[in-house]
Design a protein around this ligand. Structure first.
Ligand SMILES: [Zn+2]
Length: 292
């Protein structure tokens, strides 16, 4: 068999003939380049228009959270450099969760920066294999990325006076990690949250479940998020924290629009309502993933 025929045969075995790649329309929107910008204090946005990456700058080197899509890595690197920072100054690379739109660029970013990659124990197997076994993201594998450190809920990552805490809330993925840190700006201490996600996003939550405890994990995550607060709520997709609207409101001398303590409770309320609706729909036999 000719090599391309062999490759085609393998592909046909792996993907049913009728299957189409998920998130095709979303992926095109997520991949639009975004000019990097200062968020607040030592936090900068270096991601795409639709998938986030944040750079936290410290005197001892920098921390990068999330790698975007596989095709995002070169843009994230250019954005870091456009702000005047060196790739080699990225010392730690973090991840919100092991979906291709936030982990796809990690392997290249790790190789190009030399940063140590830190993953949660729940998602490390997916990141290290490049494959998550459930949900629509299971159809899009990514370059495997080795974790230099594996963290569990409550573990901390410190560098140059910055300390981030891993809040691991299984649901959206098994090791979904919301990173939090205090930030002092003009004498005021703010709670910053780099949110993981809590959307269903095509995860099977009825019938054959994505994984056995997924429904109770979602419930526990909603309950826990209701007890948390965030003055500065940042998330893996710009739409989840109204990035474009806030950026348009940035003006010298005006209050920083990224300070908004209502974002987290609003998001949790909407996400829980959406979860209940999707659960009922899937329990009635609806497909877990419905393309847009
Ligand atoms: Zn996701």
């Amino acid at each position: 068999m000719k090599p391309f025929l062999a490759a085609a045969a393998v592909l046909m075995l792996a993907v049913p003939a009728h299957a189409e790649l998920p998130f095709v329309k979303e992926r095109a929107e997520w991949s639009v380049p975004q000019k990097p910008f200062h968020v607040i204090g030592n936090i900068y946005y270096v991601g795409m228009a639709g998938v986030s990456a944040f750079l936290i700058v410290t005197p001892k080197g920098n921390i990068l959270t999330d790698g975007g899509l596989p095709e995002s890595a070169p843009f994230i690197e250019k954005n870091i450099q456009a702000l005047g920072f060196k790739l080699s100054d990225v010392k730690y690379l973090l991840n919100s969760h092991a979906h291709f739109d936030h982990s796809g660029g990690l392997a290249k970013l790790k190789a190009d920066t030399g940063a140590k990659f830190i993953a949660s124990s729940g998602d490390a197997p997916f990141l290290e294999s490049g494959h998550i076994p459930y949900g629509p993201s299971s159809l899009i594998d990514t370059a495997p990325v080795k974790a230099d450190r594996v963290v569990k809920d409550g573990d901390r990552v410190s560098l140059g006076g910055v300390t981030l805490t891993a809040n691991v809330m299984p649901s959206h993925t098994k090791g979904c990690t919301t990173w939090t840190m205090p930030l002092v700006e003009a004498g005021v201490t703010y709670k910053v949250m780099f949110f993981c996600s809590i959307s269903v996003a095509g995860n099977p939550i009825a019938g054959k479940l994505a994984y056995p405890t997924i429904v109770s994990d979602y419930r526990a995550s909603f309950a826990r998020l209701k007890k948390m607060d965030a003055d500065i709520f940042l998330a893996p997709h710009g739409v989840q924290f109204h990035m474009a609207e806030k950026l348009a409101r940035v003006k010298p001398g005006a209050p920083n629009p990224f300070i908004d303590a209502k974002e987290l409770p609003d998001m949790v309320q909407k996400a829980e309502a959406a979860f209940d609706k999707d659960l009922a729909r899937q329990q009635a036999g609806g497909a877990a993933y419905v393309p847009r």
